[in-house]
Design a protein around this ligand. Structure first.
Ligand code: GDP
Ligand code: MG
Length: 349
């Protein structure tokens, strides 16, 4: 999974990127470990040689701002092609030492939305034109593409995201090759200073909430600077610090969860003496499909999966107790995996 970090200059994009990827990141692209306290627990319990967290790939973009030329903007936006989701970072922290492009975070969010709409409209229009000007009879697929593109054009002209347009699954498929940004999931991260973070209030809040609601985007608040400072603390101090803020987990942990849920992703686990590992799958994946994530042999030779719920294991404390209480079940290839299941695949090849 790849996520592009999008926003105006000095909004805290690189700060969020570094928080996710690790402090010493200095590249545009990085791999973020998804912190998951369930993996920490399993790792303590099984004491494996290796512990592997789920990961996501992140792309840190230069800032987009109104005074840039169309060409410069497109160059920046090109970097979010081929991502699965866009993470918007909005500047809502007060700090006179850091330059600011918009005096109102609500306006900043509106600007970011408009840039995506303008770019997508350009894509729709130019491809409609291309198809219409083709000096040959269009194939059936191209006819359908044209119809779908015209629906998008209409919606975009009304300021509506492509993902909210009334398109069939087939039409969405046909649109895949155009890389519409407003067809992707977006998560809005509002970067606050400590004062507004504690108060849960800041200028433009209502209008960002409205924008998120209207376009069906997820939204969350973080305090980038505090998170950075928190990274210097040891685990216990960190928890104290979070508690003082009325939180139980860091913004980055919350962000991972928001990303997962907005992308329709869940985790399952494998565990043993060699490795405890988290795997990322789409909601609705079957046990056979999940087995294929681990290894194609496991999918090919799938017999059954032994399944334990993480919460049961946490409660009972050992696999022995799980078995004694009949809490390990067997599942066939077509059953659906639920979030937090620990799976052992029985297979033969
Ligand atoms: N006061 C304050 N400063 C921040 C916060 N987040 C980022 N900054 C600072 O703002 C400046 C720009 O941040 P950066 O992440 O590089 O922004 P980018 O241009 O969007 O990548 C840096 O000096 C950061 O240290 C925050 O939450 N509060
Ligand atoms: Mg940056």
């Amino acid at each position: 999974m790849r996520i592009g970090i999008y926003g105006a200059p000095f909004s805290g994009k690189t700060t969020v990127f570094k928080l996710l990827v690790g402090n010493d990141a200095n590249e545009e692209m990085g791999i973020a470990k998804i912190r998951d306290e369930r993996i920490d627990f399993l790792s303590k319990l099984f004491n494996p040689k290796k512990t592997t967290y789920a990961t996501i790939e992140l792309v840190d973009l230069p800032g987009l701002s109104p005074e840039l030329s169309r060409k410069d903007k497109n160059q920046i936006l090109m970097k979010i092609q081929n991502v699965d989701a866009i993470l918007w970072v909005i500047r809502a922290f007060d700090d006179e030492s850091v330059a600011r492009y918009f005096d109102d975070p609500g306006k900043e969010a509106g600007y970011l939305r408009d840039e995506l709409l303008v770019r997508d409209l350009e894509i729709a229009e130019s491809n409609i034109e291309k198809l219409k000007n083709a000096k040959r009879k269009l194939s059936q697929i191209e006819e359908m593409q044209l119809k779908a593109l015209e629906k998008c054009e209409l919606a975009l002209n009304e300021g509506k995201f492509v993902k909210l347009t009334d398109l069939s699954a087939e039409e969405k498929n046909l649109l895949n090759s155009f890389d519409f940004f407003t067809l992707l999931e977006s998560v809005i991260v509002v970067n606050l200073d400590e004062k507004s973070f504690r108060a849960h209030d800041y200028k433009g809040k209502a209008s960002i909430e409205k924008l998120a609601r209207e376009n069906s985007l997820s939204m969350m608040e973080v305090c980038g600077k505090l998170e950075m400072e928190m990274n210097e603390l040891d685990e216990e101090e960190k928890l104290e610090f979070l508690k003082d803020l009325g939180l139980s987990e860091s913004g980055i942990q919350r962000l991972s969860k928001v990303l997962y849920s907005s992308l329709g992703l869940i985790s399952f686990f494998t565990s043993g003496e060699d490795e405890v590992r988290a795997w990322t799958i789409k909601k609705g994946t079957t046990f056979k499909g999940a087995a294929g994530k681990i290894h194609t042999d496991l999918e090919r030779g799938f017999i059954r999966a032994e399944v334990v719920k993480f919460d049961d294991l946490k409660k009972l404390g050992s696999m022995k107790e799980i078995k004694a209480n009949g809490l390990m079940r067997l599942e066939g290839k077509d059953s659906i995996v639920e979030d937090g299941e620990i799976i052992n695949v029985r297979f033969s090849v």
